[in-house]
Design a protein. Sequence first.
Length: 360
Amino acid sequence: MLESTHGTLLEVLEYIATLVRDKVTPERACGGLEELRVRHPRAGIELVWEEQQLDQSLHYDALIRGSEAMTVSLSVCPDAAVAWPLRGVQKSCDSDLLRVNGVVLRVADAVARLDVLWQSETLMQSLIDGCLIEDALRAQAIQVGAEEVQTALDAIRRRRGLYSAADTRAWMNSTGATEQTLQLLAIDVARGKKLRDVIVGERAQAYLSEHARDFDTLSIAQLQMPSEEMARAAVEAVRCGGKDFHQIAEHAFVSGHAEAERPYFRRVRRYRLEAPLRRALVDAEPGAVVGPVRLTNGTFLIKLLAVDVAEAVEQSLDAAKSKVFDEWLAERKRTAQIAWFWGNRQCTKLHDCAMSDLQQ
């Protein structure tokens, strides 16, 4: 392998030395790597880096995979770089997460207060997904322009109801966000959208044609019930004509059951419904009341209010792209090496077992 890739090794080594000498940012470094990949198409060349917290310097490594089952790692370390014993050392302020009126919340303390995260599957998966997406972005060397970033920024503001400059400034003041924070967030969103389009390619149109019903939008009302028995009794009462959904919701709210909540309304595409809810509504017509439906956060009584058949091609196609991308992300997750560096060891093991059950 070394003989066949001698020229590649020399070029990559020279490129890394240039990155270190000129203090090139990771975004520019990944962009320049494309030229090497074009000149050496048979070699799989990847770039990884690490920022030293002590002085914010960057250390680059290049991974070169040849035809044989081995990988060559190359790196350059200048004389003025951080000494090896100090690598990974953090300044004391780097362990601080938040300061409010002089009160500092440390990262370790914040993590200790996030035990609820172990019961929040959605949040946990979002953190993992973010890492997988960033990994793919680095490998693909995705670049975005100013117009794409502005479009992403406008979408972020709309989602938060920030329709004016005054609204945006008020939100920034209340959260401590800066213009740079928004800019970086918009860049991440724009890069993620572009990555989705690259990964999905032409498959979204075919998927939409084959699974058009999955992209219908369902309007539902759902009411959390204290028990499965009460949910079954409520469904039977509706079927017999004794009560309607809203009467049951009103009674549950007034009676003050700890588990019962006011009914809340959702508009969601069919494929995004939780699996038990999707199964319960597969043949339901508008006006139907179904239950009990057991979800992760309790037992629910569901009323299907309306079904909007997917007709807006552009919106449905965008949803299909998201669906195909989600499947790609799920496949990456199944083969990813995931390690949490905080939390109770027993909780971690239980979570791993739960995830294995879900995947089966």
